[in-house]
Design a protein around this ligand. Structure first.
Ligand code: 9MR
Length: 370
């Protein structure tokens, strides 16, 4: 009788520890070292995607709004703000134990057209543009004061060759627009972390100018907490040595390194394609969309290994990385189905079209459970 009881209680221990392991998500494992999360599309942050919410609750402790906090959607006309979607995003994060990241305050790409024009349709003056940047940042950051963990203050201001992008912000104000944005964000929420975020960060030119920018901001006494490496990767780019070099270079400048928009394109790219500038577009051709009925086994394996290769780098440098963020939850949600070629079937994320974890999720959990 006694032996049977001991046997049963040992069985209970074994089964329950197995269940605990099986239920362990990335937030208990990767989350011991850094924030781990995803961008949320509006349907998700409105709470309408139950399958996505289940993944969020098991695996993530942070999230970024994929689109609804950009300046275009937030301030479609001067002085008229639409905060409905952004409010829902921040509420959703609070209800689901996620540190909310604000993306993004100053980005040439999604700034509304009126931002750069005066009432006669002429280019706005330097003074007026500075006023508009400050007003936008004070209103948006001020509204969520104390509720946003960190803001992508300036997004994609540097070209691959290290020169500043000739955006309207740069052309009208000069490099100082970056200082102005960081200062305004800090004034509006002194406790929020502030980041510079960009793609193709493994490029030498971008790496060097980003480091110079961080040093410059610090020398001016402005707050900058981190650099975001977007990491829109593919199976054969970027070069991992250069990528790692950038990660270490940013850490050396005394800021946190964040992987902010991680995904992995598996489809063939048109000639001339590079980076992640949303303006790039190519016409649809069947040869660019070879896996409409699922990824062949060898490609799926290659993808798994490629994703894991990056997570091994992140694990190795876990003392330097403060956040790893995927750019979407399931393959079905990814922007890479529509860019740079429209209408494709891509497989860039950790969860497939049925919201099922790819094998690499288990690999990542094991790696970070060591
Ligand atoms: O994933 C986003 C896509 O849905 C939008 O149409 C696009 C333009 O706003 O932006 C995408 O997200 C971008 C991010 O905000 C900044 N880095 C590049 C991302 C992919 O283009």
């Amino acid at each position: 009788m006694k032996t049977a009881r001991i046997f049963i209680s040992s069985l209970v221990v074994v089964v329950s520890s197995f269940a605990a392991y099986a239920q362990q998500g990335m937030k208990e494992t990767v989350g011991q070292y850094c924030l781990i999360g995803s961008s949320l599309n509006q349907r998700q942050s409105d709470g309408l995607d139950a399958a996505a919410s289940a993944i969020v609750r098991t695996h993530f402790n942070t999230a970024v709004a994929e689109n609804c906090m950009k300046s275009g959607p937030l301030q479609p006309e001067e002085g008229r703000f639409d905060f409905r979607a952004a409010d829902n995003f921040v509420d959703y994060c609070e209800q689901n134990g996620l540190k909310a990241i604000g993306h993004c305050l100053v980005w040439h790409s999604q700034a509304p057209g009126w931002f750069f024009k005066d009432k006669d349709g002429q280019q706005v003056t330097r003074e007026e543009l500075i006023k508009r940047i400050k007003a936008h940042i004070h209103t948006v950051v001020g509204r969520y004061k104390g509720r946003i963990h960190g803001w992508d203050v300036v997004n994609e201001a540097i070209e691959d060759n290290g020169t500043f992008r000739k955006s309207p912000f740069y052309n009208i104000i000069g490099e100082e627009f970056i200082d102005i944005a960081f200062q305004a964000a800090h004034e509006a929420d002194p406790d929020a972390e502030l980041y510079y975020n960009d793609y193709s960060m493994s490029q030498k030119g971008k790496r060097e100018t980003t480091c110079k920018l961080v040093k410059h901001l610090k020398e001016k006494g402005l707050r900058i907490d981190g650099v975001g490496m977007q990491s829109h990767n593919g199976l054969d780019y970027p070069n991992v040595d250069e990528y790692e070099k950038s990660l270490l270079a940013f850490a050396d400048c005394g800021v946190k390194v964040m992987i902010t928009e991680l995904d992995f394109n598996v489809l063939p790219n048109p000639k001339g394609f590079g980076g992640a500038a949303v303006e790039q577009n190519f016409d649809y051709q069947k040869k660019y969309n070879p896996y409409t009925n699922g990824l062949p086994k060898d490609k799926a394996k290659e993808l798994n290994e490629r994703i894991f290769e990056f997570f091994k780098i992140y694990y190795r440098h876990r003392d330097k990385i403060s956040r790893i963020n995927l750019w979407g939850i399931s393959d079905a949600n990814s922007w890479l189905n529509g860019w740079p070629v429209p209408g494709r079937t891509n497989y860039p994320l950790l969860f497939d079209r049925d919201y099922k974890a790819k094998p690499v999720v288990e690999d990542i959990i094991k790696l970070y459970s060591k």
